[in-house]
Design a protein around this ligand. Sequence first.
Ligand code: NDP
Length: 272
Amino acid sequence: MDRYCVFGNPIAHSKSPEIHAAFAAQTGQELTYEKRLAPVDGFAAAVQAFIAEGGLGANVTVPFKLEAVKLAQALTIRARAAGAVNTLHFTEDGIVGDNTDGAGLVADIVNNAGVPITGKRVLLLGAGGAARGVVLPILEHRPAQLVIANRTVATAEALVEQFAALGGEGVVSACGYGEIEGAFDIVINATSASLSAELPPVSASVFVPGSLAFDMMYGASPTVFLQFAGQHGARLRDGLGMLVEQAAEAFSLWRGVQPATADVLQSLRAKL
Ligand code: NDP
């Protein structure tokens, strides 16, 4: 049986085995996918042990996404742009590092929520690992504007410097929360504020009726950010679809088959 796994610490909460098992059943692929708790100081050894056992690929989650960049012998363009790896592919030529998080976010917004990014004004809140991973996939869809707002403005400015040339003249810009101007078609919360039930200090005026408010976090009840956005007329979307879509992208990289995601997302949602 072909073997895959997800490495993280902690890892008990991971839904990835359930998602990949559903994809395998749906596409008739014979494989196993397990959770592996790697010691905080033992990620590389855990990956090498899995390869020695015959593992063909792995997902990587907190706190190992940066270490996985160093471990990979080759990086895809999007992994290099993100500076983080969430998917490893063990090939005859060595370990290839990819990043499917950004493609997952874009697929969920464009295909599942049915909101095109092309020509739209997009506001990205946060400039940490998750935000950095989504900038390139968003720019590939040619938004009219991408504003990156962060508490620490210098981090957002560094992102703009990295990606400005790709976006086109004046498309990508950085600012602090107090300097955000106008309303946006899509507002993405890529901060970790939701983890501590905090609201990034964004003004209600960024939303207009019909704006899409997206929080990368997911859970049984809406985050404070989604509650706030909902009170100001936005359509709401949490990060569960992104999770399923990033998994689909990894599955397709490993197996060469693109799984359908709607039923898997619906069944995960029912269990939240
Ligand atoms: P990082 O620690 O790398 O970055 C955290 C970001 O949040 C920084 O921009 C930080 O700002 C900002 N921040 C933290 N607290 C606050 C606050 N109270 N108010 C305003 N800004 C704040 O985290 P990640 O980028 O790795 O993760 C961010 C989120 O994305 C997490 O909730 C994670 O679970 C989620 N995620 C979801 C995925 C999915 O598939 N659905 C995939 C990947 C991530 P500053 O720079 O000023 O400190």
